[in-house]
Design a protein. Structure first.
Length: 277
């Protein structure tokens, strides 16, 4: 099978210590999955330019002043906003599209806020709440919580609970652990999981496979992801590769709750392949 240059570019970005992963670099490598000729440097310069505009603003000297100017500039002046009209548009997950269109989902808008903030020496981090993603910045002992999907609104722990309850359609209880910042791999894995779910809904199996390929670069030991890639491969008609993923899954995870079910799939696929020979 021909090598995928965009997958190689992804691996180059993420196969390094977590603290050394550039979220913007990795996100633009992900964009190359859809746009192979993408000029990543152009979008990195766009992020630089956004930060330079904030830094050059009058009255943006202290970290807190820079933070509030950043919120005003990105969401009020530049018009970055949550895509409420088409939340499941795959373009909401590609940083290049988010920068071009200025719309996205919570995690991709958080990515823009974090990356511009870092260029302003603001220690910003992603926080993966259940069903919603926000951004935190710690300027003193207490972090400031921001909701990029809702115009960079400042949140309290109580308002976070309300946002999450609306997103999940049920009352939830958040603990201190809910607000622990995510690492680079966690951040990217959640981005990919969102994109995979979109392609799964659309039954776009080749793209679902491509996303699973990238998740497995991040976490080669993920049995669930190998199983799911096998399912997507089979639905795309690539039974032999799907079979290989399922065989590894049932062998490596004999105690998985769906092990017997997957063995049944294996038998049926083997029979189908034998009939084709």
């Amino acid at each position: 099978m021909e090598a995928d240059p965009s997958l190689s570019a992804w691996a180059t970005e993420v196969e390094r210590p977590d603290a050394d992963i550039s979220l913007s670099g990795a996100a633009l490598a992900l964009s190359r999955m859809e746009y192979p000729a993408l000029d990543a440097g152009r979008y990195l310069r766009r992020l630089d330019g956004l930060a330079e505009e904030v830094a050059s603003s009058p009255g943006a000297g202290s970290p807190l002043e820079r933070l509030h100017r950043l919120r005003e500039y990105l969401f009020a002046e530049q018009g970055f906003k949550g895509n409420r009209d088409d939340y499941f548009d795959p373009r909401n997950s590609f940083l290049s599209d988010v920068l071009d269109r200025r719309v996205g989902i919570p995690i991709s808008l958080s990515l823009v806020l974090i990356e511009v903030g870092k260029r302003l020496d603001l220690p910003m981090e992603g926080i993966g709440l259940p069903g919603h993603f926000i951004t935190g910045v710690r300027l003193d002992a207490s972090p400031i919580l921001l909701d990029p999907f809702h115009g960079g609104a400042i949140l309290t722990p109580e308002s976070c609970r309300e946002v999450v309850s609306r997103a999940l359609g049920k009352r939830v209880r958040l603990t201190e652990a809910s607000f622990v910042p995510v690492g680079g791999r966690q951040f990217l894995t959640r981005m990919l999981a969102n994109l995979k779910a979109i392609y799964w809904r659309k039954e776009d199996w080749p793209r679902a496979v491509a996303v699973s390929d990238r998740i497995l670069v991040l976490d080669p030991a993920s049995g669930v992801e190998r199983r799911d890639r096998g399912i997507a491969l089979a639905k795309a008609g690539d039974y032999r590769r799907g079979l290989a993923d399922w065989e590894r899954y049932v062998t490596d995870f004999p105690d998985a709750p769906d092990n017997a079910e997957m063995r049944g799939h294996l038998r049926r696929v083997r029979q189908k392949l034998s009939e084709l020979n």
